[in-house]
Design a binder for this molecule. Structure first.
Ligand code: F6P
Length: 370
């Protein structure tokens, strides 16, 4: 920290699943921070660069210069790397009995920030990463959060970057699936990401003319989905597209989990295949599954995502410059504003079942399985 309590050295990191636009945020943070006279370092792989520096040839921290961030605005992924393992607040640790348990190591992490003379952190992440950022802010580090997730499930911001890119790609995939589904008179079940919130399934399902959309917020009855598909031939349609969010679950049933691991969220998978398997005998048509999964996270951010990423990155540095901490940059059109991290991490932004987009879907004859 410089004299008068002014910050000198800002760190930036990216945590959780990647999202198109991360690199654009990194560039905006670095360029605007350098412009204002700060130094910027990047922490590799979430907090791993600080938690286990011995694993990195460069010690886990990289000095970010203008040259390091040149030409990265349009690139997917993150030049800093990311991880959704090893949450410092729930760090997988071996106990004296040889059993693994989750340990809070955020005090150790605070010491690392201190030792590396890092005065402030710009944390790019979703609910998990912003929760960690909030803990660090409460322990005295100056922290600004930047909302990231293709799922768009973060509260208090109209949108997160990466979402528009994911929805655009998913819609394009649906456009491509109509012709093959029609040619074979099949039911194509398309599974997309969306752990707690069905925004991707909903927005791309409506834009790409799906016949049914199953989201976590509206538990489905497979018989209702079948009933809806049975009506299609009467309208001259002999195929169907069923959109399924990975977190969709049947009424009274559970989310489809592949595996559970310490220190990270459950790995989801199989929601689409479950729907296809149960639907096939009910509709008497071949049901095939396409999982878009991580394809939704790749590729170049759309112009919309690039612009909000650049706006968020520059706004994060302005926030630090104005002495703010413990807040997240949020889009509140036509402006960006700052909201306390406490408010963001206390609830998720899920799809309200009576929202206009759902009503629109129903008006267009789309089934939500209820
Ligand atoms: O949080 C975003 C997300 O895309 C979720 O929808 C999904 O469950 C998760 O990331 C999967 O992440 P990974 O496969 O990288 O563990």
């Amino acid at each position: 920290m410089g004299h008068n309590g002014k910050i000198k050295r800002i760190a930036i990191n990216t945590g959780g699943g990647d999202a198109p636009g991360l690199n654009a945020v990194i560039r905006a943070v670095v360029v605007s921070a350098l412009h204002k006279g700060y130094e910027v370092v990047g922490i590799r792989d979430g907090y791993n660069g600080l938690m286990k520096p011995e694993e990195y040839p460069d010690g886990g921290l990289v000095t970010l210069t203008r040259g390091k961030v040149r030409g990265i605005t349009h690139l997917g992924g993150t030049i800093l790397g990311t991880t959704n393992k090893g949450n410092p607040a729930r760090y997988p640790t071996m106990g004296p009995d040889g059993k693994m348990f989750e340990k809070d190591r955020t005090d150790d992490l605070m010491k690392e920030f201190h030792e590396h003379k890092i005065d402030a952190l710009v944390a790019l992440g979703g609910d998990g990463s912003l929760g960690i950022a909030n803990i660090l802010a409460k322990k005295g580090l100056r922290v600004i959060g930047v909302p990231k997730t293709i799922d768009n499930d973060l509260d208090k911001t109209v949108i997160t970057f990466g979402f528009d890119t994911a929805v655009s790609f998913s819609t394009e995939c649906l456009d491509r699936l109509h012709s093959t589904a029609s040619a074979h008179q099949r039911v194509m079940v398309v599974e997309v990401m969306g752990r707690y919130a069905g925004w991707i399934a909903l927005n791309s399902g409506i834009s790409g003319n799906a016949d049914a959309i199953l989201i976590p917020e509206i538990p489905y009855d497979i018989k209702k989905v079948a009933e809806a598909l049975h009506k299609l031939p009467k309208r001259g349609k002999h195929y169907a597209i069923v959109m399924v969010a990975e977190g969709a679950k049947p009424v009274g049933g559970e989310v489809s989990v592949v595996s559970k691991e310490l220190g990270r969220a459950d790995k989801l998978g199989g929601a689409g295949e479950r729907v296809a398997r149960e639907l096939e005998p009910l509709v008497g048509k071949e049901c095939r599954t396409v999982v878009l999964g991580h394809l939704l996270r790749g590729g170049s951010p759309t112009t919309f995502d690039r612009l909000i990423s650049l706006r968020f990155g520059a706004a994060a540095v302005r926030a630090l410059d104005e002495g703010k901490s413990g807040v997240m940059v949020a889009l509140d059109p036509p402006t960006v504003r700052y909201v306390p991290l406490d408010e963001v991490t206390s609830r998720m932004k899920t799809v309200p079942p009576a929202c206009d987009t759902i009503v629109t879907g129903r008006d267009l004859g789309i089934s939500f399985g209820d």
